[in-house]
Design a protein around this ligand. Structure first.
Ligand code: 5AD
Ligand code: SF4
Length: 467
């Protein structure tokens, strides 16, 4: 049993890469058993779930849609805001009820919440019906942990706060056969004062470029149309491995594989280099849609968040991207109600939104997180003020979404078809600019790239026709 320990959060060591191997005996043991997996949080978690599903399936389990039908239920959790945290605990409550009827039900928890000391303490004390827990650094150990929990019949908790290993070749069952996530860097060293991610995902560890490029090439030759390069901060790629190879170079090498669409997320505005901008501008298969979290427009708040940029430097970067990258679309994340945020500070955020008229924005109320510096700041903003600011901000960003979408009316956009839209007897998909497009058309196949003429703009989507 290894428990999360925040003392190890700042530890850093040279990374070893290891290859994954699975004990073939599990398949005989667990064949015919059913599992249910629920995922909360970001794309990183969604992609981890693709590994978790493949591991369980290689152990002999098959997936079911309803948790009530499962022999094993597992939650892949998120800690980023209290909301996600509460949802996971709510779901554990439902699993508890099910276990009262189904005594052999095996209940597991993994993901970011598993890395929190407070969560583990609470589960050990009050959620004794949870059978096993593993963390974000030891997904590859799932088969052994699960097997131990079942055989030994006691709560099995195995969470590492520090890891100096990257395990390659963990099996993956991708949700889509035309778009794929590819991890390039794990963890985050920025320690923004509001953010729990450095505690739950550990220090920055880049994957070797050869491993990344091999994965992208294999996806391209399997007919995948789109890859999204994933990292908590992709800009930091390579600094722990190479002297002269960073994210700009990697992006260029990925573009050169010829895969039709390359995306990446997330970028920190602090070290977004000219090389990155020039590469995005140069390669038509790097999508002109960039996520550039602002968080706040006030220099005072940015400083207290530990963001390492100012309103002025953010706007300078934003304007440079817009001028150098053709058809550049930018989305953002904004937090309102950070400790100490005054009306004037909030107004500065609105000023930036008015300048940037974003194509998309994820807006959040500040949520204090365990062990983060900002949770201990004295000048917390009251809930009512936070709610009011969120509403004002949402109204403003929505106005710009619609205005920007209206500019697409009459244009033809290339859309990657993701699925059917039964309501309109048509389809939906995303354009290069990351616009959600609902459209009708004949002879359309899911996974195709099709040209869609935009007929109507809405706030969060576009309507169109493909013929
Ligand atoms: N409270 C509110 N929002 C947060 N985010 C991260 N931590 C918090 C927090 N404690 C938001 C940031 C980040 C996005 C993924 O979630 O805007 O960019
Ligand atoms: Fe949530 Fe952050 Fe963990 Fe993603 S990395 S699941 S956003 S806490």
């Amino acid at each position: 049993m290894e428990l999360p320990n925040y003392k190890d959060v700042f530890k850093k060591d040279k990374i070893k890469t290891k290859k994954f191997e699975l004990d073939p005996n599990y398949k005989l043991k667990y064949s015919g058993k059913k599992y249910f997996l629920k995922t909360y949080g970001c794309q990183m978690n969604e992609h981890d779930s693709e590994n978790i599903k493949a591991l369980l399936e290689e152990m002999g389990f098959t997936e079911v849609e309803e948790y009530k039908d499962a022999d094993l239920v597992l939650l892949n959790t998120c800690s980023v805001r209290e909301n996600a945290h509460n949802k996971a605990f709510g779901m554990l409550g439902r699993f508890k009820h099910l276990k009262e009827e189904k005594k052999d039900l095996v209940i597991g928890l993994c993901g970011c919440m598993a890395q929190e000391e407070g969560v583990i303490k609470e589960i050990k004390e009050k959620y004794k019906f949870v059978n096993f827990i593993f963390g974000t650094h030891n997904i590859a150990d799932l088969p052994e942990i699960l097997d131990r929990a079942i055989n030994e019949g006691k709560q099995e908790i195995d969470v590492k706060t520090f890891s100096d290993e990257i395990i390659e070749n963990i099996p993956v069952r991708r949700v889509s056969n035309f778009k794929a996530y590819v991890n390039i860097i794990y963890g985050c060293d920025k320690f923004c004062t509001y953010c729990i991610v450095p505690y739950t995902r550990g220090r920055e560890h880049s994957r070797k470029k050869e491993d990344i490029l091999r994965e992208v090439e294999a996806l391209a030759s399997d007919g995948y149309k789109e890859v999204t390069l994933l990292g908590q901060n992709v800009n930091a790629y390579g600094h722990d491995l190479y002297n002269d190879y960073s994210f700009g170079e990697l992006l260029e090498d990925v573009a050169k594989t010829g895969i039709p669409r390359v995306r990446f997320t997330t970028s920190h505005p602090w070290n977004f280099t000219d090389k990155m901008i020039d590469t995005i501008a140069k390669y038509p298969n790097i999508m002109p849609s960039i996520h550039l979290p602002l968080q706040s427009g006030s220099d005072k708040v940015l400083k207290s968040m530990g963001r390492r940029y100012t309103k002025e430097s953010y706007l300078k970067l934003f304007d440079k991207m817009k001028s150098k990258i053709t058809n550049c679309h930018i989305s953002t994340d904004i937090i309102v109600g950070f400790p100490g945020e005054t009306e004037e500070d909030f107004q500065e955020t609105l000023d930036v939104v008015n300048h940037c008229n974003y194509d998309n924005a994820y807006t959040f109320i500040y949520s204090p997180r365990e062990n983060t510096p900002a949770a201990k700041f004295k000048n917390q903003v009251d809930e009512k003020t936070k709610e009011e600011r969120l509403q004002i901000l949402n109204k403003l960003v929505n106005k710009y979404f619609l205005e920007n979408n209206k500019k697409e009316e009459g244009q033809t956009l290339e859309v990657l078809v993701e699925g059917k839209n039964e309501k309109i007897d048509g389809y939906y998909g995303y354009s290069k600019e990351m616009k959600l497009v609902n459209f009708t058309g004949k002879n359309i196949k899911i996974g195709d790239l099709v040209n869609v003429k935009i007929t109507k703009a809405k706030t969060w989507s576009l309507d169109g026709n493909a013929n």
